[in-house]
Design a protein around this ligand. Structure first.
Ligand code: AMP
Length: 411
């Protein structure tokens, strides 16, 4: 008997869980499923990889099976197309043996898809999964009937605020019935998320799943490098380990494109994914990476969160992620489901400070590797981290420019 039986979920749902190999609920599923089944609002501090998608989808599917709605019942808002699609794929699995219908709505598609979306919105699919901007486009055209909506779900709310979707989310929420269940999930809980939750949620139950540290199976190391040593070092790391599946993460799409170009000469197939590609191009790249036709994917953080691809052997951080938590997301793409993986981070002089913050977050010193001899000497490993601008020091106080004015040295 499946451990999911204790939630008294519909037989068809349990059947699909068995088919998908879900035997045991994850901690967030243990905590969240009964609360949602009981119709409470939830504010959940949890990130991708914890099983949060099933934690909210399973009870919502159960509610829909129980009530057989005729109009849109559930609206899930997610920051990126990739995440929206991935939620929809999980949903198709969980709802496979039920009559529950769903549609993912996201930008960057052709006129025919827009018509399909319009039709589904007019007919009233049970669950709509949408990115904020694209959903607002449909809302503005006046044919979306949300009067029967019962569940409003915000996934990766912190990321949506970072991307500037606050106003859009509030606009959408203002068009929903007041009597509804609202579930908000976020990897971090900055003040802005709490104030958004105060606006949108009623007497929510709080769930916290601690930030998971990179899995035990990930071997993590870092290299101090000069910028001009980074590409040759990446080539060396990929070729030395005979890698067949690796992601190189970069902070900007400019560096993604440059690195893809610079790696064209190696014997592996290298492709890139970033926000300049349209949706079908992104899907093609991801599919060929999933199928291992592409061995090296160069990417911005859009794939770091949420995208679940198995058997990635190596992650290389071309630069140190701005937020320490993004490091955990990036590194979390490898060594999934108890397998092993390698994560390398390249640290130039400007990034040392950020890397220290990462080591604090993961509560360990990450070992520093020696550059291969043919690259020549790297920067001094013992040089102190540079602080520039108003950066917060680990102790909490600020250093550098005070009050927006820089200090001039007196002669
Ligand atoms: P999520 O955090 O929702 O993106 O889920 C991360 C991955 O874990 C996805 O591939 C899910 O299919 C998988 N997963 C979630 N819950 C379970 C479970 N109870 N048992 C096995 N796999 C799960």
């Amino acid at each position: 008997m499946s451990d999911f039986n204790k939630f008294a979920l519909n037989e068809q749902i349990v059947h699909s869980l068995q088919a998908m190999g879900f035997d045991k609920p994850t901690p967030i599923q243990e905590q969240t499923i009964p609360i949602i089944l009981d119709h409470h609002d939830i504010i959940g501090c949890a990130q991708t990889g914890t099983g949060k998608t099933a934690a909210y989808l399973l009870p919502v599917i159960q509610h829909i099976v129980d009530s057989s709605p005729q109009h849109i019942n559930t609206l899930i808002i997610a920051p990126t197309r990739e995440l929206a699609l991935q939620i929809d794929q999980q949903l198709e699995g969980f709802a496979y043996f039920t009559p529950v219908s769903s549609l993912a709505i996201y930008g960057g598609r052709d006129g025919a898809s827009f018509e399909r979306e319009k039709k589904a919105l007019t007919k009233g699919a049970d669950i709509i999964i949408a990115t904020p901007g694209k959903f607002i486009q449909h809302l503005n055209l006046g044919y979306v009937d949300l009067s029967q909506l019962r569940h409003f779900i915000l996934d990766e709310a912190d990321r949506m605020l970072d991307m500037g979707f606050f106003e859009d989310i509030i606009r959408i929420a203002n068009m929903l019935p007041k009597e509804r269940q609202t579930l908000l999930f976020s990897a971090t809980m900055p003040h802005k998320i709490r104030s958004m939750a105060n606006k949108l949620l009623k007497d929510p139950k709080q769930i916290n799943i601690a930030l998971s540290k990179p899995a035990e199976g990930v071997f993590q190391a870092a290299f101090f490098t000069f910028n001009n040593q980074k590409v040759p070092l990446i080539e060396h790391l990929l070729m030395a380990k005979n890698i067949t599946s690796a992601i190189i993460f970069c902070a900007t799409k400019k560096s993604v494109k440059e690195i893809e170009q610079a790696l064209k000469g190696i014997e592996l197939i290298v492709r890139s994914i970033h926000s300049d590609l349209d949706q079908s191009e992104r899907e093609k790249v991801l599919l060929s990476f999933r199928n291992k036709q592409t061995q090296v994917l160069v990417a911005t953080d859009i794939v770091a969160r949420g995208i679940d691809i198995e058997d990635i052997e190596m992650i290389i951080n071309y630069d140190v992620p701005r937020d320490a938590e993004d490091y955990v997301h990036r590194v979390g793409r490898t060594a999934r489901a108890d397998s092993t993986g390698i994560a390398f981070t390249l640290i130039n002089d400007d990034d040392r400070y950020k890397f220290r913050n990462i080591e604090k977050l993961v509560e360990r010193t990450i070992s520093k590797g020696q550059l291969p001899e043919h690259l020549g000497p790297g920067p001094d490993p013992n040089a102190p981290p540079k602080l520039s601008g108003n950066r917060r020091r680990p102790g909490g106080e600020y250093r550098g420019n005070r009050g927006g004015k820089s200090f001039k040295k007196r002669r």
